[in-house]
Design a protein around this ligand. Structure first.
Ligand SMILES: [Zn+2]
Length: 105
C-alpha cells in the first residue's frame, strides 16, 4: 500500500520513515456509519500516505469528498514571512535604503 510518494506525478519510491512526511488518515466508509462499524468490533480503517522529501516541502494532503486523498500545495505564507522574503529575493540593500528615504521625506 505504501510503496511510493502520494503525489501522482512523482515516482519517488518509499524507503524510510525518516524521509519525507507520513500521513495517517482515518477512512470512514461512506455506506455505513462509523459508530456502527466500531460497535461491530471493526476499528476505523487507517490509511497511510507518504510524501517524499521533495514533495513534502511544497505539498500536503487533503481529503476531498468523492475524490479521496488529493495533493494540495502548501500555503507559502506560513513558511516564510513575506517581508523577509521580499528583501532577500528581489531588492538589493541600496534599493531598500532609498525607499525608506523617500518614505521619511
Ligand atoms: Zn514525491
Amino acid at each position: 500500500m505504501l510503496h511510493k510518494c502520494a503525489n501522482p506525478t512523482c515516482s519517488n519510491p518509499f524507503r524510510k520513515l525518516s524521509e519525507g512526511k507520513l500521513f495517517l488518515v482515518e477512512m470512514k466508509s461512506p455506506s455505513t456509519s462509523a459508530a456502527t462499524n466500531w460497535e461491530n468490533g471493526k476499528p476505523p480503517r487507517i490509511e497511510h500516505f507518504w510524501l517524499c522529501d521533495c514533495c513534502a516541502t511544497v505539498l500536503t494532503l487533503s481529503f476531498e469528498k468523492g475524490r479521496g486523498m488529493v495533493t494540495v500545495p502548501l500555503p507559502e505564507i506560513k513558511k516564510q514571512p513575506a517581508p523577509v522574503r521580499l528583501a532577500e529575493s528581489a531588492s538589493p540593500p541600496a534599493y531598500t535604503e532609498e525607499q525608506s528615504r523617500i518614505r521619511s521625506a
